[in-house]
Design a protein around this ligand. Sequence first.
Ligand code: KIV
Ligand code: ZN
Length: 526
Amino acid sequence: MAPATNSTDRTQRSKDRVIIFDTTLRDGEQSPGCSMNMEEKLRIAEQLDRMGVDVIEAGFPIASNGDFEAVREVARVVKNATVCALARAGRKDIDRAAEALQSRAGPKRIHTFISTSPLHMKHKLRMEPEQVYQAVIDSVGYARNLVDDVEWSCEDGSRTEHDFLCRTVEAAIRAGAGTINIPDTVGYATPDEFAALIAMLFNRVPNIDKAIISVHCHNDLGLAVANSLAAVKAGARQLECTINGIGERAGNAAMEEIVMALKTRHDRFGCDSVIVTEQIMRASRLLSSITGFAVQPNKAIVGANAFAHESGIHQDGMLKHAGTYEIMTPESVGLVKSTLVMGKHSGRHAFKTKLKDLGFELDDQALDDAFQRFKDLADRKKDVFDEDLVALVDDEVASGHDRIKFVALQVMCGSQGPQKATLALAVDGAERTVTATGNGPVDATFNAIKALFPHEAKLQLYQVHAVTEGTDAQAEVTVRLEEKGRTVNGLGADPDTLVASARAYLNALNRLLIKREKSAPAALSA
Ligand code: KIV
Ligand code: ZN
């Protein structure tokens, strides 16, 4: 067999280079409320490629036809990154992953995994350790006959007995894995312990120098990024992560935090990624707008307050020297100063150019629709800022392919109830209108939606925030719906809070329809 390769070879072999493996489209997409349709996955994949991610884990092809198609399309459109497909240790899984990657001309990888901890082997797999050991050799060897670049993961690696971990890692490398990934699947490890585990592997596995050591940390104790960085200090050179830290349960290590920590504290880590950090905000916003998953304001790097200085003492310090309270510049993560954009006399060309500066490239139809909404907004709102445009375009893009579209809303509200909403929607192109009452204007609006499109979904979250300052600011509304264990988030923006609420509810409902169609076999887990 040819020596194990790793398709990220183009830049990785220097000792101080950390490979960024993004799993937003796989582990991230598995998290409640984060499912994406094909077009949305492609937009994320293109952004990941644009920002210089080394490996994009595009999905789990055996999980559903939707996942298979998504991996195939991502493999078709991504230009530079290695495109990776996940597979359990069985041959059917691995064949399906290889099939999804088949037409890819660029670099590709199969990532195969099996649990190695006593708990998982006994209760989840119901396999003896020797059977698991054999499955490692078979699965990696089988995958290596289909592609040159194979990654092997020991699920629940951080809770695996050391002797067994060393044996399986050695066997996986011998069978042809070029990357060995050690997951902290349940987010249980602490930084010192996890670094010691990686160091132990470097000390005890004889052929460890033939593979890149990777880590994949979950955030159950809020330690995913700290554990990933501790692993780098112990010799790991691939970090698995997601945009905004989305992922199963409490999420995965956040890519923006890992990348900016490596960059800002190069003095401590001595390692770098090749991520174009100025693309971070764009990626974060794109993901939020697609999933409707808002970023908490105090989230490191990409939160709305991450570069805001409120207290007088801090503001004074900042005016004297930015370094007093700022360890990295907002520009370095792609945060541009809020600027007054355009008024109602601005033309379509200027609008298009401005959107391009903000990171949006829309097709002609979407541009026309967004331009019309911008004109309406400029008529109603004195100053239109960058944030207004981002909210407006996010909303437009999020609802572009919806089956149920917002047409018009009139609401009667005030201290004398019942409040009343007259709503017009287009469902599969056919327009319908209804009037409904409710306990308040939002309730009346949502009741009108239910009357026009009956459904069983329960409202789990309703949240409003102002995009900019002032009473004429646009409202950005997030709605979370739940139906039979499926959760979806929707986003809507408008200067009228009730219109924004209706749009957000419809956005969530449209996502639910997609999710209903996309049936994943229940027994799968990753
Ligand atoms: O968390 C985990 O263990 C995983 C593996 C499939 C890498 O996601
Ligand atoms: Zn995971």
